[in-house]
Ligand binder design. Structure first.
Ligand code: SF4
Length: 288
């Protein structure tokens, strides 16, 4: 989405920061080490900027959300900082940078909305063109607050997009040659927009002509319903693969992690799924 917005502004992608007029770091805060890497890379980019003062440097993503103006204070070479809610403000922020202003944009949007089209309409028309697979964000944020996880603090509360907004993007992607959609959300299967549940959304996407495969990540075991297991058997496009993070094999640890599920209920859901789709491929995440 970032690349395509910039492409619309006349930017062309180059292979090295040494050739670039603009460098944007899209950061991840899920592990602490990635944050250290951001500051070390910014140090290197600062050297490039001393040699070429016209270079514009921006930091986006979850480290930007967490640190905000602190990044501007710590790294004088940085021109703009933008949190995940401000992805689509980047062209405007570049205008600020061109006028000589250093800006940090990290205010939350949709703080109190359960349903909001957080990808603007022009965003629905872009997407990753020319690829067989594309990611499609259907929800963002998370309300679960597992004790080990930074996501609710960097991506905010859970917000779902309206089904028609999602379907318009799906159709636009398929029209551009995409065959497989990976539905994205930090807690993807708790998607709900008005009366439309996650399974109902899958049904609607399944009817998009030309779509061959549908996947989703990451689902939460507590929201994995019998209807979802049945959908894997019934829907033509829904792949026979589920990635269902369990995180721990111990009920005591799951409780300490505040995961809201136990081992018995997790295994029951897998049994339900295997009943519907005996050859289903399963994968998981474990914190060791
Ligand atoms: Fe993080 Fe997932 Fe737990 Fe939400 S459900 S707090 S995203 S681990």
């Amino acid at each position: 989405k970032l690349l395509e917005q910039l492409h619309g502004q006349g930017y062309v992608r180059v292979d090295s920061p040494r050739l670039a007029d603009l460098v944007l770091l899209n950061t991840c805060a899920i592990r602490e080490k990635s944050e250290h890497k951001v500051y070390s890379l910014l140090g290197t980019l600062g050297g490039l900027k001393r040699a070429r003062p016209g270079l514009v440097i921006g930091v986006g993503g979850c480290v930007a959300q967490q640190r905000g103006e602190e990044i501007l204070r710590r790294v004088p070479a940085v021109d703009l900082v933008f949190g995940p809610d401000h992805l689509f403000d980047v062209p405007a922020l570049l205008g600020e940078a061109a006028a000589g202003r250093r800006v940090a944009r990290t205010a939350w949007r949709h703080r109190t909305q359960r349903v909001a089209n957080f990808i603007p309409d022009f965003g629905a028309a872009v997407g990753s063109a020319g690829e067989v697979k594309a990611g499609l964000a259907i929800a963002k944020g998370c309300n679960n607050f597992c004790t080990f996880c930074v996501v609710p603090h960097t991506r905010g509360r859970e917000v779902s997009r309206e089904p028609d907004n999602i379907l318009a993007e799906a159709r636009a992607l398929v029209a551009r040659g995409v065959k497989e959609l990976l539905l994205l959300g930090q807690n993807v299967n708790s998607y709900r927009a008005g009366g439309v549940s996650f399974v109902e959304l899958l049904r609607r996407l399944n009817d998009v002509p030309g779509l061959a495969r549908l996947r989703y990540t990451s689902p939460h075991p507590k929201d994995f319903s019998p209807e979802l297991a049945r959908a894997h058997a019934e829907l033509r496009t829904l792949c026979e693969h589920v990635h269902l993070p369990v995180q721990s094999g111990s009920d005591r640890i799951l409780k300490a992690m505040r995961r809201n599920h136990g081992i018995a209920s997790y295994l029951e859901k897998l049994a339900l799924l295997r009943e519907q789709v005996p050859q289903v491929a399963l994968s998981t995440d474990l914190i060791v």
